[in-house]
Design a protein around this ligand. Structure first.
Ligand SMILES: [Zn+2]
Length: 248
């Protein structure tokens, strides 16, 4: 079977003199690994576009027994410039990619994950300023896209709206937020000001290109990052160890 789709290149490796494997996020099929025979030299079929973070149009053929995918052709649709030159931004993009790989991309969710990843790469390439917590915000949004992120508008215990409360509490074990009155003695919780709560709600709602405009003080950023880390660890079972997210 042959198919054509848009792809974001996430990783590339060499496995023989001129042959490559390419791991990419397909818009409609989630995470895919395909072989590109002659990938490191065939300019006709790949026009030198097999490079990480490029957006490509790819044509892929599955092998006769269906076990392998061969990339037949690829055309460059968009490639980053600034991102290529800036190692700090590359590190942020790579961190997002590792998390995406650890979470996986269910096929019915492919389009929204693809748009999120594309938005993050565009933000990293085009904007003058990039929030340092970007990879953390990405984790939260990806979890939300897959239906995991906590409800942030109402207290999980009494149902009161949280919007006007100075301080609320993230209940780590429950993965939910409570108002100050409902926090019980012995709850393992992280306190959260309105600023961090507001930014987290917006990250769920707006595309990454808008994330730059959220004003976030160092303390607000710290609170948001702490909540997301705890959530990822306790509810998704993932922890960042030696440059990878590992299942706990
Ligand atoms: Zn409450």
């Amino acid at each position: 079977m042959q198919w054509t789709d848009e792809a974001l290149v996430l990783r590339i490796g060499k496995f023989r003199e001129t042959d490559l494997w390419v791991r990419f996020l397909s818009r409609d099929r989630g995470l895919v690994t395909a072989f590109a025979f002659g990938g490191s030299k065939s300019r006709r079929r790949f026009t030198g576009c097999l490079d990480v973070f490029n957006r490509l149009s790819v044509s892929v053929l599955s092998s006769r027994d269906g076990r392998f995918l061969n990339m037949q052709e690829a055309t460059l649709l968009e490639g980053p410039e600034r991102l290529r030159r800036d190692w700090r931004r590359q590190g942020m993009a790579a961190n997002c990619v590792r998390f995406l790989e650890a979470m996986g991309v269910p096929p019915d969710n492919s389009r929204s994950c693809w748009e999120l990843m594309l938005g993050v790469l565009q933000l990293l390439d085009k904007e003058e300023e990039v929030p340092a917590v970007l990879p953390v915000l990405f984790r939260f949004r990806l979890a939300a896209e897959q239906g995991y992120a906590p409800e942030l508008s109402f207290c999980s215990r009494c149902g009161q709206p949280l919007v006007d409360m100075q301080q609320v509490h993230f209940l780590v074990g429950e993965g939910a937020v409570s108002c100050p009155h409902c926090r019980r003695h012995g709850d393992m919780s992280l306190s959260l000001g309105q600023e961090a709560l507001d930014v987290l709600s917006k990250v769920k709602e707006y595309s990454p290109m808008a994330w730059n405009s959220f004003s976030l003080s160092p303390e607000g950023a710290r609170q948001a990052a702490r909540l997301i880390d705890a959530f990822v660890r306790y509810h998704l079972g993932l922890e960042w160890i030696n440059g990878r997210f590992k299942s706990m």
